[in-house]
Design a protein around this ligand. Sequence first.
Ligand SMILES: O=P(O)(O)OC[C@H]1O[C@@H](O)[C@H](O)[C@@H](O)[C@@H]1O
Length: 312
Amino acid sequence: MHASQSYPAHAEHPLHADLIALSSSDGAQISVSLHGGHICSWRTADGIERLFLSPLTKWDAPSAIRGGIPVVFPQFAGRGPLPKHGFARTSQWTLIASELRANGEGFVHMTMSDTAETRSQFPFAFKLDLQANFAGASLSTALLVTNTGEQSFDFTCALHTYLAAEVPAAGTPVAGSPAAGSPAAVPSQPAILGLSTCRYENSIPADPLNFDGNGTLHITSEVDSIFFQAPATVELATSNMVMQIQQGGFEDIVVWNPWVAGTEKIGDLMPDAYQHFVCVEAATIEHPVTLAPGVQWRGHQEFLVKPIAHVD
Ligand SMILES: O=P(O)(O)OC[C@H]1O[C@@H](O)[C@H](O)[C@@H](O)[C@@H]1O
């Protein structure tokens, strides 16, 4: 559908004018949207964009922003009666703070509460808070869910993070494959370390996950998998960086790349978009959280980019 369009270099495609941009004292930056309480862009202090954001994003409600860090609440995917991934990502949020802290970090805090519209789908009183701290090569995000009503409720949720990662096109000989030439001449696929011992559910049963003998998951075809009771730390390795990803509060991790056929089915992605991101989502799916009145739940996901020369 969009075959005549080429994918703009990420640094070149303009962010929407309504985004709120803020910087840390060392020059790291994020941009957020109150549509969805959404982190749309994160640049480390070296100026490199670390999140994928589709240039075909529709910025208006009722669409969700395609890329960045969508907030999934109170339902993950189609696992319940609500619209896919719930309503938080398409709701209007309010800015509580957007500031440079005394320690030099940038800090942003957005919130949303139940409305007549959310209560028509999910008849509970709640408050969500999305907070982010960033500086240098790191970003910390936290989702807080507070039960502000008088009845308990259950929810599933995720921070559906689209990490910018160059993925060789389908059919390209990649490092380590028999068709590859000299190692220097061929690209390497993104790989995720740390998930090999997890029980998982693979939504693409015809296409088994590509774990190598060392337990590293290579992104070489469509991946849409939930890893249950995931470890607190995993790593995403690409040809030019290693990103350490930590989480707490969230029990599960989802890895998603729609590859060629999946991308074609998504109207706000260009045909080659699968070559530009891997989603590593901090999620709670298998065991919904039951939140009693007055109680708050907190889940968090943190990212630290390590220069390739400093990989442990
Ligand atoms: O297109 P959406 O609604 O943003 O969902 C994108 C993807 O989100 C992932 O979390 C799911 O595991 C995938 O199955 C889904 O396709």
